[in-house]
Design a protein around this ligand. Structure first.
Ligand SMILES: NC(=O)c1ccc[n+]([C@@H]2O[C@H](COP(=O)([O-])OP(=O)(O)OC[C@H]3O[C@@H](n4cnc5c(N)ncnc54)[C@H](OP(=O)(O)O)[C@@H]3O)[C@@H](O)[C@H]2O)c1
Length: 288
């Protein structure tokens, strides 16, 4: 590898315990960046930190954080910038989906997902950007999805959360013009990670051929961030598909969303892992 383009800078990556976030951390370390690794599964983060230190000689710290908690973003800021640890690259990657009909998903799952995918991401961006602006240097990477491009029945709230991520990130990047700070939204297509499992999905036979590796996805994301792109869809076929959508009448989007999801994945034959049991309905009096 040639010149390390992030030598001496520090990146904070949320969702670094698995999948795309883990690979983003590896690619950023390869580019010379020190890391702050964030997720709930501390042991995984510590193993990754040890690997990055040993392989790339960077400083890698672990911050265990549950982004479902409303005070999590503020705590992450206080534990880094608040203590003089400058963050040059903020990667909001943590996220998950819930695959089922809108009304079949318990409200708590919708609310938790919106907190992680939308609220925490927005608050972290809002907390860290002013410091980058003071220094006139920095990068924000927000991980969206190709789901951002159209309504996806049975994945509706997730896809809409990603449409939010893409739109808000592109708007922020426009506002950042001339400041030395940039923002990029990254829109992966199907990528082999723990995402499907967490979303209660499984791949249909043959669909694995269309999946990208998390490493490739991360390499594309970092490359495009360093080139100053505002948005990237990972992979040629995904990019072509999203580009072609502009020629399709909006009325067909939900159908296309349903058909493309339905061709690739199906619901897993088990209950959602973190779904609390539904509240017991008041039953008839004993003996009735
Ligand atoms: N894989 C795909 O096909 C695909 C496609 C498009 C977009 N994406 C997006 O890519 C991003 C990364 O997903 P992935 O595919 O790499 O899935 P993944 O392997 O399931 O990783 C998700 C990461 O998010 C973290 N996370 C989830 N809930 C969290 C919480 N409450 N607090 C802190 N961290 C949390 C997880 O860490 P802990 O569980 O340890 O907390 C994990 O590190 C997500 O935003 C996803 O929407 C994925």
């Amino acid at each position: 590898m040639g010149r390390k383009r992030l030598q001496g800078q520090r990146a904070l990556v949320t969702g670094a315990s698995s999948g795309i976030g883990l690979e983003l951390a590896r690619v950023l370390a390869e580019e010379g960046a020190h890391l702050v690794l964030v997720a709930r599964r501390t042991e995984r983060l510590e193993a990754l930190a040890a690997e990055l230190k040993q392989k790339h000689g960077v400083d890698a710290r672990v911050l265990t954080s549950d982004l479902q908690q409303p005070d999590a973003a503020r705590a992450l800021f206080d534990q880094t910038e608040g203590q003089g640890l400058a963050i040059d690259v903020l990667v909001n990657n943590a996220g998950f989906g819930n695959y089922d009909d809108f009304v079949a998903i318990p409200w708590e799952r919708h609310a938790t997902m919106l907190q992680v995918n939308v609220v925490a991401l927005t608050q972290l961006s809002h907390l860290f950007l002013p410091k980058m602006l003071e220094r006139r240097h920095g990068r924000l990477m927000n991980v969206a999805s190709i789901g951002a491009y159209l309504p996806c029945p049975t994945f509706g709230v997730y896809a809409a959360s990603k449409a939010y991520v893409r739109n808000v990130t592109e708007a922020i990047d426009y506002e950042l013009k001339g400041t030395g700070v940039r923002a990029i939204s990254v829109c992966p297509g199907g990528t082999t990670t723990e995402f499907l499992d967490a979303a209660n999905q499984q791949l249909k036979p043959g669909a694995s051929l269309a999946m990208m590796s998390a490493e490739r996805c991360a390499r594309i994301a970092v490359k495009k961030m360093l080139r100053g792109r505002r948005n990237v869809v990972t992979g040629f076929l995904n990019s072509l598909g999203m580009w072609l959508l502009r020629f399709v009448p909006r009325g067909l989007y939900a159908w296309i969303g349903a058909a493309s999801m339905g061709a690739a994945v199906e619901k897993k034959p088990r209950a959602l892992a973190a779904t609390p049991p539904p509240p017991a309905l008041p039953g008839p009096p004993a003996g009735a």
